[in-house]
Design a protein around this ligand. Structure first.
Ligand code: TXA
Ligand code: MG
Length: 319
């Protein structure tokens, strides 16, 4: 049985309706420049609980609160000098900062998984910004997919995974970046990279100086809920392929290896931005019954390649 799902183009009327639904405690999926988010009122424990339920997400994994500007962010969290610098450089955009909650922060403790910190992001997508303005409250939004599966970069992807579990999807077309935001702990003097994403490590370091990563410091924390297996297609995924085995589909990068049952290319010219934007949609497209698995060619570990490889490693991790 396929459940009906309402998908609306992003007219002013649709955005206002979505905002009203959010204020009434309902869930709405909306586009951001990274991936589609499954939004709920961050100050409403029941809406937050409904998000965890809709995704089948372990509740110890905290959510990002989205706000339309840095002034609204300062009302929710204590800004360090580092946070001010990062906000000035990367907001609006694909950066999430983890900061200490303000003592009177109205965001649900469930959204923060009981932590004294909160993750904040000001998205750059005009529809997300308008929706946040119209809602007038912080909106928590994890990627709009069942927990552990491939993240959605179109409204159709959202419908495939979550039909029947939300009131409305705002269709803003495909996401420009295609990978989730970079998550940085900005509570201290030095930035700690918790999840690679749309802002590259190189760009962060230009603004914030040396960043602590799990590479530079094996004891460095990562985001709670950075579960090993994630973003997982149903088929097994084999990384750094230098050949194609019988029956395998190929996810190519640059000139494709020969011999695959089906080949899709992240970027024929080896462009990492193009590859990031294509990653989740192509993983979905190759995830078809009757194939032996998905072989993935090597993607360089630089720039957006860090985030792409992070997602690919999780897609390939033992389930
Ligand atoms: O691009 C994105 O960030 C998308 C769009 C919709 O904004 N959202 C997204 O949300 O990817 P989600 O829930 O899939 O990822 C949130 C990440 C998780 O890795 C979580 O552990 C981390 O942020 N996080 C949230 N709150 C945190 C906190 N207080 N401390 C450390 N990590 C936190
Ligand atoms: Mg996600």
């Amino acid at each position: 049985m396929t459940e009906a799902i309402r998908i609306l183009p992003t007219t002013d009327a649709a955005i206002d309706e979505a905002a009203a639904l959010l204020r009434a405690g309902r869930l709405v999926a909306f586009p951001t420049e990274t991936v589609y988010g499954l939004g709920g009122d961050a100050t409403d424990d029941r809406a937050v609980a409904a998000i965890f339920a809709a995704k089948g997400r372990p509740s110890f994994n905290p959510l990002i609160s989205h706000i339309p500007d840095v002034a609204r962010a300062r009302e929710l969290a204590l800004f360090t000098p580092l946070a001010e610098k990062l906000a000035a450089a990367f907001w609006p955009g694909p950066l999430t900062m983890v900061l200490k909650r303000q003592p009177d922060c109205p965001v649900s403790h469930l959204a923060c998984a009981g932590l004294e910190t909160i993750a904040l992001r000001v998205p750059a997508h005009p529809v997300a910004k308008r929706l946040l303005e119209a809602t007038g409250r912080p909106v928590v939004a994890p990627s709009a997919n069942p927990s552990g599966r491939v993240s959605p970069t179109t409204a159709k992807h959202v419908a495939e995974g979550l039909a029947g579990r939300l009131a409305l999807v705002l269709d803003g077309g495909p996401c420009a970046i295609g990978l989730e935001s970079t998550v940085v702990d900005a509570t201290g003097e030095r930035a700690v990279l918790l999840r690679p994403g749309g802002v590259t490590l190189e760009a962060l370091e230009q603004v914030a100086g040396p960043v602590i990563t799990s590479e530079s410091d094996p004891d460095a924390p990562t985001s709670p809920g950075q579960l090993a297996s994630h973003y997982a297609p149903a088929l097994p995924v084999r990384l750094n392929a230098t050949d194609v085995k019988p029956g395998e589909a190929l996810l190519a990068f640059g000139p494709a290896l020969p011999g695959a049952a089906v080949t899709l290319n992240l970027s024929e010219t080896g462009n990492l931005e193009e590859a990031a934007a294509n990653l989740f949609a192509l993983l979905r497209a190759l995830d078809r019954p009757g194939l032996a698995g998905i072989a993935v060619m090597r993607v360089p570990e630089a720039g957006l390649g860090l985030a792409i490889n992070d997602r690919l490693r999780r897609a390939a991790a033992p389930r």
